[in-house]
Design a protein around this ligand. Structure first.
Ligand code: NAD
Length: 479
């Protein structure tokens, strides 16, 4: 099975919505910009309220049979999806780079990770749990699917962030309405094409659309759960709008991840990893390092080593295999980061490298490292979501931990040290969903991921994540 290929080098239009098993056009359309050129390169159909109504009806109709199919049969279908992703990896990766901007190697990796993660999730066992079993009674905890799950995704990793909730929902026996970001709808529509051959009509519906459709989904009485990945601000709207129908929610939101670098590390030895964890996807990663706290004894050396790494980065069109950092995904985010850089320049902070915006088409920003930043500056307190990272200094570790935790965000964080026990003790004091030691930004289908504080609600992946797509039901029997 292969996804339909492009017909021309000019405007690509070979895209369809998936509704009730049918690949179909919509009542509107979206123009999609290639962020490396700033030009529209594709047009795809877009759905409105009427298409959402049809999709919800189809998903509800398909739900009982999909629920009754059982875990094993659904896992088999998910295995076929993983195979189809691998079979189409090259064409999907190229399209992903064109719509999202990331380097082609990272697009290939995103699809590969999505396929492996899907298989990994579909191997997790969700057994009936026996809570009490004695002469007088038997009490069991069963898990049943919720029904129809609405999935809303952002533009930074559209394939991976669709596959996590999609496979969780499908494997646990739910049917799905999936809405990608209007900035990056194309690979998700291709995912719908692949799924149209694999699942019965109505089990998965893919609706490209603008923000309004996201809101309609959160309000729709025919949808039982929303799995939302995006900004904290929109996440709060989803939370509020879902209350009326008491929808179940998973909210995967933004982060402002600290990395605390202890006095015992060799800055040269960690610089590559710290740089990559900060600047991968040009900083457009929820769990990227967004604040670096380095002990004063190694501060200058670490700054130098990170600047050296920045010097090795190649900023450019992601389709060029030499490129290591692509553009900002969209004009809105590009303007936001340019504004932040302008603010930093007048703040008295020291720009160690980068900071100059090239005058050329495309939303390119060079990797920018900033020293001597005020703790209350926007670069430190907000999620920058771009290739600009502050390096802060500390002398007292307690003070560094307090500053790392002094934020409304709580997605993840990391501690860098040669003393693993010390690292673990400090990691445990970070107020986050995931704290790494000597690494940052690693996920697995069997490890829960999600945010503390305003970075989210609930967890994705693992038993914990899968069970959030199910309703626990106690069966209590008197003997
Ligand atoms: P966004 O919140 O602007 O949009 C996300 C999605 O929500 C899009 O599909 C959009 O169309 C939809 N949407 C917009 N308004 C809506 C509404 N009122 N109701 C329902 N849906 C609505 O986010 P973005 O700019 O696309 O993505 C970047 C953000 O996502 C960053 O903050 C990043 O940290 C976060 N993110 C979090 C994770 C995570 O796992 N925690 C992963 C990736 C990205």
């Amino acid at each position: 099975m292969t996804v339909q290929a492009a017909e021309s080098d000019t405007l690509r239009t070979d895209f369809s919505l998936l509704i009730d098993g049918e690949l179909t056009q919509g009542s509107g359309h979206l123009d999609v910009i290639n962020p490396a050129t700033g030009a529209v390169f594709a047009r795809c159909p877009a759905a409105g309220a009427q298409e959402l109504g049809r999709a919800v009806k189809a998903a509800r109709r398909a739900a009982p049979a999909w629920r009754d199919l059982g875990f094993e049969a659904r896992a088999e279908i998910i295995g076929k999806l993983a195979a189809a992703l691998r079979e189409n990896q090259d064409s999907l990766a190229e399209l992903l780079t064109q719509e999202q901007g990331k380097p082609i190697g990272q697009s290939v990796a995103e699809i590969d990770r999505g396929a492996a993660g899907s298989e990994g999730m579909a191997r997790i066992d969700i057994p009936v749990e026996t809570l009490i079993d004695n002469e007088g009674q038997l009490i069991e905890l069963h898990y049943r699917p919720l029904g129809v799950v609405g999935i809303i995704t952002p533009w930074n990793a559209p394939v991976n962030l669709a596959l996590g909730p999609l496979v969780s929902a499908l494997y646990t026996g739910n049917t799905v309405i999936l809405k990608p970001s209007p900035y990056t709808p194309l690979t998700t529509l291709k995912l719908g094409e692949l799924l149209s051959d694999l699942v019965p009509a109505g089990v998965v519906n893919v609706l490209a659309a603008g923000d309004e459709l996201g809101q309609l989904m959160t309000e729709h009485a025919g949808i039982d759960k929303i799995s939302f990945t995006g900004s904290v601000e929109t996440g709060k709207k989803v939370f509020a709008n879902a209350a009326n129908t008491m929808k179940r929610l998973t909210l995967e939101l933004g982060g402002n991840d600290p990395a605390i670098i202890l006095d015992d590390v060799d800055p040269q030895a960690i610089a590559k990893k710290v740089f990559f964890s900060s600047f991968v996807n040009s900083g457009q990663v929820c769990m990227a390092i967004k604040r670096i706290y380095a002990h004063e004894s190694i501060y200058d050396e670490l700054c130098d080593a990170l600047v050296e790494e920045a010097g090795r980065a190649r900023v450019g069109n992601g389709l060029d295999p030499e490129t290591t950092l692509g553009p900002m995904q969209n004009k809105m985010q590009y303007d936001k980061v340019c504004e932040l850089i302008a603010e930093v320049k007048t703040s008295g902070a020291r720009i160690l490298c980068g900071g100059e915006i090239p005058d050329e088409p495309g939303y390119f920003i060079p990797p920018t490292l900033v020293a001597d930043v005020a703790e209350d500056s926007r670069l430190v307190t907000d999620e920058q979501f771009g290739p600009i990272v502050p390096i802060l200094t500390y002398s007292d570790l307690e003070d560094a931990i307090a500053r790392a935790n002094d934020t409304r965000f709580g997605l993840s964080g990391s501690v860098w040290t040669n003393d693993l026990e010390r690292g673990k003790a400090i990691a445990a004091r970070l107020e986050v969903g995931t704290a790494w030691v000597n690494m940052h930004r690693a996920t697995s289908p069997v490890v829960p991921f999600g945010g503390a504080k305003e970075s989210g609600l609930g967890r994705q992946y693992s038993h914990l994540g899968l069970k959030s797509y199910m309703e626990p039901e106690v069966i209590s029997i008197a003997r």
